[in-house]
Ligand binder design. Structure first.
Ligand SMILES: [Zn+2]
Length: 324
């Protein structure tokens, strides 16, 4: 890691960028990261506000720059507190939120250990939530499944966590049942693994109401680099359906990744730009990837995407969807 070559890149794409997936929990280090983003050409972004007051503070400091996703509490969702969620959705517009975010990845079981029984977002008790979002015109940013690597390790006990196939099947039923709801499926719909791309292609063919984001630079870099030719063709074919996103937490201290010479935001940003824009081979990921640290690390193979595709990915798709 210490040997990461800090070479100066000349990027192929030189216009403004929309980061469609960032998190803010509090305001520590926030101004510093946002100023860094401005230097990097991040003209606008979709911020998931984890606390109500965060949205107002960010908006006051950087007026009109961002759009905000209202984080619907996982505890409320798992606990079926549907009325409470509907109330939250009712207050979204007046409080300046453009869309909603849900996190129901299998790791929720680590936080709600006493929960017994089967939880499925496709259960009809949740239907009013999706119908309300659709009728109010709020898109939903949804994170429902995780990398294959997690299912092989942390979630290996499928009796507790379920299987990835089950989670993807639930996700498909949900998008099928709510054709009027616009979904932004986080993390490439949990399917950037090369062997899953044909399945994701089927979804794009079948369902008009989904786009995906490229959040989690290490997940995208790790998997799509495994077959850059296949990945490149996929990105070109579905260039209108993919939004650039870093998954960065903007309130992270600039020195968090002490093994990387770059700030956390810069490292994630640079990793993706190498992936999308260059034809580099075996470039080390410029920050730690716990999923590969015992296997020699994560290396990026660039997809060298055409400029038109880059401008869809970095900017135009977000403009079409969120009109910032
Ligand atoms: Zn995220």
């Amino acid at each position: 890691m210490a040997n990461y070559p800090l070479k100066a890149h000349t990027w192929k794409y030189t216009s403004p960028i929309f980061d469609a997936h960032t998190h803010v929990w509090n305001t520590t280090h926030l101004a510093q990261t946002i100023n860094e983003q401005i230097q990097l050409g991040i003209e606008s972004q979709l911020v998931i506000a984890h606390h109500f007051e965060v949205r107002a503070i960010v908006e006051a400091q950087f007026p009109g720059k961002f759009i905000f996703a209202k984080y619907l509490s996982t505890q409320d969702i798992i606990g079926s507190r549907v009325e409470r969620i509907l109330f939250e959705i009712d207050t979204m517009r007046e409080n300046g939120f453009t869309l909603a975010k849900m996190w129901v990845a299998p790791g929720w079981r680590n936080y709600l250990k006493n929960y017994e029984g089967i939880f499925q977002l496709t259960d009809q008790r949740y239907t009013p939530i999706f119908e309300k979002l659709a009728s109010e015109g709020f898109p939903l940013l949804l994170h429902m499944a995780d990398p294959d690597t997690y299912y092989a390790t942390t979630y290996a006990n499928s009796k507790i966590y379920g299987t990835k196939d089950e989670h993807l099947s639930d996700l498909e039923i949900l998008i099928q049942n709510h054709p009027d709801l616009q979904f932004q499926l986080a993390h490439f719909a949990a399917q950037p693994e090369i062997h899953r791309l044909p399945h994701l292609a089927e979804w794009f063919e079948k369902y008009d109401n989904i786009v995906v984001d490229t959040a989690s630079s290490r997940w995208m870099a790790r998997e799509l680099s495994k077959d850059p030719d296949v990945a490149r063709k996929f990105l070109i074919r579905f260039s209108k359906r993919v939004l650039f996103g870093t998954d960065a937490t903007l309130n992270t201290s600039p020195t968090t990744d002490n093994q990387s010479p770059l700030s956390p935001y810069m490292a994630r940003f640079v990793a993706q730009r190498i992936l999308w824009e260059t034809n580099e081979r075996n470039t080390p990921l410029p920050f730690p990837d716990p999923d590969t640290e015992d296997l020699g690390g994560t290396f990026i193979n660039g997809l060298n995407l055409p400029k038109k595709v880059l401008s869809d990915l970095y900017w135009r798709n977000a403009q079409r969807l969120y009109g910032t």
